[in-house]
Design a protein around this ligand. Structure first.
Ligand code: UD1
Length: 336
């Protein structure tokens, strides 16, 4: 029996594949490299010394995807493949709805047809909208501010509807906070296309000399230093969260929802400082206007994942920065 990983060559996907292979799971990766690089697959093999099956398939193509279900005995699916740039989703909403929703519907449809029962879904803290109390627990009200977030919330709703009527369907909705860091080998890591939207890859590209300076979006938030606060989580901790979620699904648990964060909130300037310490490089920055759609603060209560999955983030800010720097300095241009 195999685990199908969609988006397995991407940032979180590749780290999760490494953890699963290390646990001796049989892995099938489906990816179309729309926002990732095939080199990451070689690197996964280099790290683990293990083999896996790979299909270059776009999950919106149900016919092609069906071949993967036909040719394999799939036990569980972890669905990472999706578009994820918030800003772009505002300008190209249809692109996001078509890709993120259709790919998920195809997978769910094929799961039904081929009697696959376990599904792990990559959701995001973005489904909490603009929360007014902290830390955020899973029962907080849900809302979104952009089409990317809307696709995450719509898919959560679809999964809840299915689980309501199909008691044999096991689904883990994992709401990620802000993934950063890289595998300790420095062989795999975050490799955004073009200029990064997210903070950590931006900082690391300034440190390595690819970008001149960081624009800090807003210095007048009601936070300890005026800059935005987030719950940054090491991508390896996040990957282990998926392994634990899969174990949970194998107990026939039905639908479960977990926040995956550390519970610590760090500001943009905290991150700059920690990165400078880890890299011994200066990170130039300037404070500019707030970015539209940003919330002042966001951090998780992950007690539920701790209690029910036995999962807890073990890496701190120092490792997050050191591992990001190892990846970025060994691969100044990512996988290219
Ligand atoms: C963003 C998305 C979120 C998504 C997540 C995926 C928005 C509003 N939210 O989270 O839905 O799930 O990415 O990783 O985009 N910052 C700067 N300068 C930069 C970049 C970021 O100051 O060049 C600041 C931001 O204002 C924020 C913090 O850094 O305070 C983190 O930003 P980012 O890494 O983009 O993540 P989020 O916005 O939290």
């Amino acid at each position: 029996m195999s685990i199908l990983i969609t988006g397995g060559s991407g940032y979180i996907g590749s780290h999760t594949v490494v953890e699963l292979l290390s646990n001796n799971e049989d892995i099938i990766i489906v990816d179309n490299f729309s926002n990732s690089n095939k080199v990451s697959l070689d690197r996964i093999k280099q790290i683990t010394n293990k083999e896996f099956k790979f299909y270059n398939v776009d999950c919106t193509d149900e016919k092609e995807l069906e071949k993967v279900f036909k040719e394999n005995n799939i036990e569980s699916i972890i669905h990472f493949a999706a578009y994820k740039a918030v800003g772009e989703s505002v300008y190209e909403p249809l692109k996001y709805y078509i890709n993120n929703i259709n790919s998920t519907l195809n997978i769910l449809n094929l799961m039904k047809k081929y009697d696959v029962k376990n599904f792990v879904f990559s959701s995001s803290a973005t489904v909490y909208g603009n929360p007014h109390k902290f830390p955020i627990t899973e029962d907080f009200p849900l809302s979104t501010t952009n089409p990317y977030g809307a696709t995450k919330l719509m898919i959560e709703d679809i999964l809840k509807d299915i689980a309501k009527v199909d008691k044999s369907f096991n689904v883990a909705i994992l709401r990620y906070f802000n993934p950063v860091g890289a595998h300790i080998s420095g062989l795999i890591g975050e490799d955004p296309n073009g200029i990064p939207n997210n903070l950590m890859p931006y900082i690391s590209q300034v440190a390595v000399g690819n970008l001149e300076k960081l624009n800090v979006f807003g210095g007048d938030y009601d936070t300890h230093d005026g800059t935005g606060v987030r719950d940054y989580i090491h991508v390896v901790d996040l990957a282990i969260g998926h392994v634990k979620a899969l174990e949970k699904l194998r107990t026939n648990c039905g639908l479960v929802i977990y926040n995956l964060g550390t519970g610590n909130g760090y500001s943009v300037l905290d991150m700059v400082k920690a990165f400078e310490d880890a890299s011994a490089k200066k990170v130039n920055y300037q404070i500019v206007a707030r970015r539209e759609g940003d919330v002042p603060m966001c951090y998780a209560d992950s007690t539920k994942a701790n209690k029910e999955l036995g999962w807890k983030a073990k890496f701190g800010l120092k490792e997050m920065c050191e591992d990001t720097w190892r990846w970025q300095s060994k691969n100044p241009n990512g996988y290219r």
